[in-house]
Design a protein around this ligand. Structure first.
Ligand code: FAD
Length: 497
């Protein structure tokens, strides 16, 4: 058996392990933590279960594809349900909007609550689907750094279309032109945060994201988001992948332009190919000591980070859904603060995720709720997070107590906090960024590190900090693109012999 080593058991590392095992590699995964999943992990406290990181689940077909590939029945490992409401929005003026996943219901809601012409929603979602099918799916399925990709006719056509307004106008411009009400624009501007960017800077291309949520659907995995990690981990074990936990890789061994293996536990471990699921900046800086390349990666702006309060709440709130947003009054000022001033905004948009809404009595004790309360914050550049945490805890509690008409502080019976520094230390994500690099540039899609490097043959890259980008669906796609490149490279190698 040819051997493959994977550095990191994040969601992309797990998917890579499965794909390479199916290709016939003997796969070993080295993970510095004691558990798999990286950002996609969880913890429990006093009967409250918390998904630590991601909470939004779309495109389950990416997970289904892995089970189909491995020839295992997904239902034995993983189940999920579709959701009638993708998110409930609370505006600062008291308006409340349910974003129904059924387009007609959502259009009616926008007409009734905001006075927005429902037809505008229908045509927006149609356009969103078009952008996804014409441009997005190419970007998500191929390396943008292989000549073979760039010369395919449909891809040339797609790149030509991409040049138009979806690349040169911002998401905010696109949304402002599509809708008449500022509340609707704010709702659709929020999609820029799905990869840690600002709608006032990121390209209109991101308007393809609502297609995924509203045309394809928003889902909830039974058991919470951690079920994704558990299912992929079990599938990898089934495919004979070997895991070494508590085992950080300290360097990548290469001889001239060929990878040879890795160093972990002061031992050399040899392999034909090495896949880094670690942040690309750290891979170059720590494992390859290639500081020039590492600094080049730093030229790309990092995505935003998060400040999260995990609260066990001793009450239940029928007004809340699984996903809830309490908007700031001034979205532009909030994003300027995050990305220009690298500061927090005094009136932050608050996201609350409550999985006990889907599984009451299981995710939280009967009659109680597990709140994952998150605000977007800048990536860590040395701000004083301890003082931010204290201050923003008060701000968040005051805002939510006013909006929900109940004193929240007295209901918190369990509390944990995650800030950009702990995000970095737990998952080795440079500056605590959630999604690797941001999309705050027209060219961001083309500037992410490729899934391979010509400088060291046999070394590949997957995960949120490389192409196609952050978020679970994209990370899973990075594993697919990498695995396709490996197939090609192995063929070339065979031919050469
Ligand atoms: P990571 O999860 O970054 O894991 C990398 C792994 O590599 C880690 O386990 C780390 O310990 C390991 N590692 C690092 N260095 C070494 C080394 N030297 N040796 C061995 N192992 C090493 N995405 C969504 O789709 N929806 C969401 O709602 C969402 N919300 C988010 C909220 C938060 C708070 C966070 C933090 C992220 C969120 N994301 C969301 C983003 C999503 O979690 C990530 O894009 C994705 O999980 C990253 O996966 P990854 O494969 O890149 O690896």
């Amino acid at each position: 058996h040819k051997k493959a080593i994977i550095i990191g058991a994040g969601v992309a590392g797990l998917a890579s392990a499965i794909r390479l095992a199916v290709q016939g590699f003997a796969v070993e995964v080295y993970e510095k933590n004691s558990y798999p999943g990286g950002k996609l992990s969880h913890f429990e406290a006093n009967g409250f279960k918390f998904d630590a990181g991601p909470s939004l689940f779309t495109q389950p077909q990416n997970i289904e594809a892995l089970f189909a590939l491995a020839g295992e029945p997904i239902a034995d490992y993983f189940n999920y349900q579709s959701l009638p409401v993708s998110c409930k929005y609370f505006y600062s003026d008291g308006t409340v909007v349910n974003a129904y996943t059924n387009t007609n219901a959502f259009a009616n809601e926008l007409e009734n609550k905001l006075g927005e012409d429902g037809k505008k929603l229908t045509s927006y979602l149609k356009q969103s689907e078009k952008v996804y099918n014409n441009i997005g799916s190419i970007f998500l399925n191929h390396s943008l750094h292989k000549r073979k990709t760039l010369f395919k006719a449909p891809i040339r056509k797609a790149l030509a279309t991409a040049k138009s307004k979806y690349l040169f106008k911002t998401l905010h411009h696109i949304n402002e032109a599509a809708f008449t009400k500022t509340h609707t624009v704010q709702l659709f501007n929020r999609y820029a945060t799905y990869n840690g960017s600002s709608p006032y800077l990121a390209p209109g291309m991101l308007s393809l994201i609502p297609h995924l949520e509203h045309n394809e659907g928003t889902f909830y995995p039974k058991g919470g988001m951690i079920s994704i990690t558990n299912a992929l981990y079990q599938l990898a074990l089934k495919k004979n992948v070997v895991f070494h936990f508590n085992t950080p890789v300290t360097s990548i061994i290469h001889h001239e332009d060929k990878v040879r293996g890795v160093v972990a536990n002061n031992d050399n471990h040899y392999a034909e190919i090495v896949v880094s699921n670690m942040d690309a900046y750290f891979t170059y800086n720590h494992l390859l000591k290639d500081y020039r390349k590492a600094n080049k990666i730093l030229k790309q702006e990092r995505s935003s980070s998060a400040l999260i309060f995990y609260w066990g709440i001793n009450a239940s709130f029928p007004a809340l859904e699984l996903h809830n947003i309490f908007f700031t009054k001034d979205y532009k000022a909030e994003f300027d603060s995050l990305f220009k001033l690298k500061n927090l905004y005094y009136d932050p948009t608050i996201y609350i995720n409550i999985t006990s809404k889907c599984e009451p009595g299981f995710q939280a004790p009967e009659g109680k709720e597990n709140w994952f309360v998150m605000i977007n914050v800048p990536a860590n550049v040395g701000q004083n997070w301890q003082s931010f945490t204290q201050r923003y805890r008060e701000i968040i509690i005051a805002k939510l107590s006013a909006a929900l008409g109940k004193d929240i502080a007295s209901l918190i019976e369990v509390e944990e906090v995650l800030d950009p520094i702990t995000i970095e230390s737990k998952t080795a994500s440079y500056m605590g960024s959630l999604y690797g690099t941001s999309s705050n540039s027209k060219f961001a899609a083309f500037l992410r590190h490729p899934n391979f490097t010509n400088a060291i043959k046999g070394l590949y890259f997957v995960g949120g900090s490389v192409h196609p980008g952050g978020g679970i669906p994209l990370c899973l796609q990075s594993a697919k693109i990498m695995s396709d490149i490996v197939v090609d490279d192995m063929k070339k190698k065979k031919k050469a012999h």
